[in-house]
Design a protein around this ligand. Structure first.
Ligand code: ATP
Ligand code: PRP
Length: 212
């Protein structure tokens, strides 16, 4: 019998888009992840279990080997410190962009700006790369409020349709990175359980290609 493969999934938006890919790859949870209160879900494959956790915790579970495989947004991976992860497949789900946004008509072209974001490392790296001094203010949500309330000159946040920015009188001003969800794999597990993990990766790659 093969060793159990534990897959850490981001709950919320990503989970909704991940389940069809897993189904294409032949893996379906036995309990309904939307209604079950269980945090470890059994699947139709006895040797595959799913952990359903907060998006920002996925890289940690995989890096420490509590899960061998995970699904996480590139935005979360850009914020994660650590070197224990491979990122072998772009799942092409939860696609959006990480952008700088400011109040309509306002320029951020000033020598020193205040930036509100939950993406502190990404924002710091971005403004450092363009040699603009930025004071980064950490927020945990509703970033769009910060410029309107006078907390910051701009925000760094995810943008998809642009509706949230628009509804709050903000416009995107600079593009930082394209975001989508990625399959991540624990580096040690990839070595030790190469065949099992490679086979799963191949199935997911086929699922991504089929879905296109
Ligand atoms: P947490 O529970 O850790 O606070 P969250 O509330 O940000 O996470 P979601 O809103 O479900 O959780 O977002 C999870 C992921 O989905 C993000 O990390 C990002 O990769 C992707 N995502 C978020 N917003 C969008 C969007 N508008 N369009 C496409 N993908 C998005
Ligand atoms: C995300 C993100 C933006 C919004 C962008 O929020 O934080 O606020 O989507 O999408 P749009 O450009 O299509 O409007 P989400 O809807 O996930 O809410 P939350 O993260 O605040 O829970």
């Amino acid at each position: 019998m093969t060793e159990t493969l534990t897959i850490a999934l981001s709950k919320g938006r990503i989970l909704k888009d991940t389940l069809p890919l897993l189904a294409y790859a032949g893996v379906t949870p036995i309990d309904d992840p939307d209604t079950s209160r269980k945090l470890i879900l059994d699947t139709n494959q006895a040797d595959i279990k799913l952990l359903v956790i907060r998006a920002s915790d996925v890289p940690t579970y995989v890096e420490y080997g509590a899960a061998q495989i995970g699904v996480a947004g590139k935005d979360v991976l850009l914020e994660h410190d650590g070197t224990g992860l491979y990122e072998p497949v772009d799942l092409k789900i939860a696609v959006c962009k990480i952008m700088v946004a400011a109040e309509n008509g306002k320029s951020i072209d000033q020598p020193r700006i205040r930036v509100a974001t939950k993406y502190v490392k990404t924002a710091r790296r971005y403004f450092a790369s363009k040699e603009q001094q930025a004071e980064i203010i950490k927020l945990y949500g509703s970033m769009e409020l910060a410029p309107i309330a006078g907390l910051a000159d701009c925000i760094v946040d995810l943008v998809d349709t642009g509706n949230t920015l628009k509804a709050n009188g903000l416009s995107p001003v600079e593009h930082i990175a394209d975001i989508s969800s990625r399959l991540v794999v624990n580096k040690a597990a990839m070595k030790i359980r190469h065949e099992q993990i490679k086979q799963f990766i191949r199935q997911i790659e086929t699922a991504v290609a089929k879905k296109k």
